[in-house]
Each structure stands twice: as C-alpha cells, then as structure tokens.
Design a protein around this ligand. Sequence first.
Ligand code: PLP
Length: 351
Amino acid sequence: MKDYFDFAASTPVSLQVLEAMKTWETDNFANASSAHQAGQASHQAIQKAREIIADKIGALPSEIIFTSGASEANNFAIKGLAFKHLDKKGHIITSSIEHKCILNTCAFLESIGFDVTYLAPDSYGRISAASLNEALRSDTILISIHHVNNELGTIQPIAEFGAIAFENGVPFHTDAAQSFCKCAIDVDDMDIDMLSLSGHKIYGPKGIGALYLRNARDSELVPLIHGGGQEGGLRGGTSPTPLIVGLAAAAECYPTEPSPDEQRFFNAIKEFEYTRNGGVDVVPTTWSVTFKSDDDVKSFTHNNPWLISQGSACNALSNVASHVLIALGMTEEQARRTYRISLPPYQISWK
Ligand SMILES: *Cc1c(COP(=O)(O)O)cnc(C)c1O
C-alpha cells in the first residue's frame, strides 16, 4: 500500500509470516486439542510459538496465554483480576492516556463499584513514578500503565512503575502493544506481572495477541471466555494454530533496521513548521506532529496523499479531539492541527 504511514494502527503481514502460517491453514488444520497425530502436531506448533514469545520477554512458555489481540488481553488482565474482588471491589490505578480498550474497561468497572484513578501525564506524555506513588491506597488491587503510547510514541518508565508495584505488593499490568519487539522487555527485571501484546502491530496477523501472566498455572484470574480448557483453562476456544504460529514468526522475523521508506516522510516534513510531541523518550517510528498553522496542515495533507491518522485510528472516525492530546494540555484547535505519522516499525537499539 503506497503512502501508508499508519503503522501504529496496523502493519501488513510479512511474507515470511504468511509462509509460516500457510501449512497450518491447509496441510494440517487439525484441532490442537485432538489426541491424534495431526492434532498433536498442531499442539506442538503452538507450544513452540509459546516458547518464542516467552523468550522475547524473559517469561516461561506456560505464562503466555493466547488471545484475539491486545484488546482482549487488556480486558482479560483488568477484568479477570477485578472479578476476583467482586465482593469488596477495590481501587485500580491507570493513566488518562491509555488505549480506549483500557479506559473503557475501567469505566465499566467504575459502573459496577470499583474506584479508578487516572494518572495525568506531563505535557510530553510521560507518567511519573511519583504520581503513581501518591495514588496508591491500601485497597489498590491493580496498576495498569502502558509501555509505549500509541499516539505519541512516548516510552513510559515501566521499570519504575514495576518496582513501586512490587514494593507495595500490588500486581502490575502493562499494555505493550506498541513496544513488544520494538523495545527491550524483561518481565522479571521490570517487575511486570501481566503484559498485553498484539500480532498486527509487528507484521503478524490481525486477530491474535497474548497476555503474559506471571505464574499463570497458579493464577486465579477469572477467564473472560469459559470453554473447553484451552490455554490452561484461562481462555476457551479452539486454538487458532495459523494465527499463533504467525504471531511467533512475526516476533522471530522482526526487522532490526529502519525501512528505507521512511525517508520520504523525513523529506516531506522538512518543509514545514511543526513541533513534535512526546518528549525525548520516544520510539523513532511514531511521530505526533502539531503543525504551526492551518496552511501548513493543508499543504502537508493536500500535497501528500499520506494514509495517516489524526490522533489514533480508533479516534479518527469520531471527529472528537484525541483524549491523549487533550491530556497533554492541548486546545481542541491545536489537537486539530496534530497528526500521527507512524513509520514502518523496527527494533530500536537496546538502552
Ligand atoms: C493496537 C493497540 C491495542 C489493540 O490491539 P488489538 O490487537 O488490535 O486488539 C491496544 N493497545 C495499544 C497501545 C495499541 O496500540
């Protein structure tokens, strides 16, 4: 797709990934829960994929639960934990600039009696560890703060959040849909108890993701989908072998070098007056750009047939200013002059 610069919204499936998936769509389509040889071959392909994903984040294969994507993984982490506390309810800490699937999950939990604190970012989109410390209460049951922001590219100090969560005995969940494969992650070093990831942000297929769940076998997380015992009884439904194999292939084949395509964007943006949002700790492939004037916006968008987003793809059709940009302190007018250009993602050098 020419002129596509919306890779934070979705990526194509790479040819290597497609190749890896093919045989599980056609030659061997057996149900991974079947006892016969073909079923067991599917089962083994899934176990191999579990190992690959686990390896990427320093987890154990048994701690990876496949889901339909990061939205489901986020719902599962937050509701699954909250549902253990339905009697007394409790307090959840998140941020005001999470993906809508987190914010709407939290809003739902508020509607049934949970308390939620939404930490505000600074004007660069960074959540501070100090604000997390201040928000903690004796009845806090969960901290959920994303790793890399999908609209700004800002990298949050999740190891600091993890350390605070650990010291206080509160589970820490992070939405890593925008950082998995791009940034180094070690769930032990970073004290992460749950982590969500998605296939279609890393050149894998849509409709697959995973939740990392510490000590999943002993976890009492309440399933969202009760079923036939798949995924250790935590997520029912026939395992989508091709999608799971595709997710692992995407993680394995993830590019380590930037794509030459991004040069076209750098050449184009040079001509304009703009500020880049998101501060200094940002991934190099997500650019949130506020143009200085409406004329700049017009000539940038009219002269270039870019496929890009204002805010994120999820907000794009609603014509409402992005909640993330407003949380930075922007006026609606500034938010309107702001575009997200997201370049083909690759692994950034480990810091
Ligand atoms: C894309 C995205 C999601 C949703 O992932 P799906 O796999 O499409 O459900 C959640 N959080 C963030 C930060 C994302 O970028």
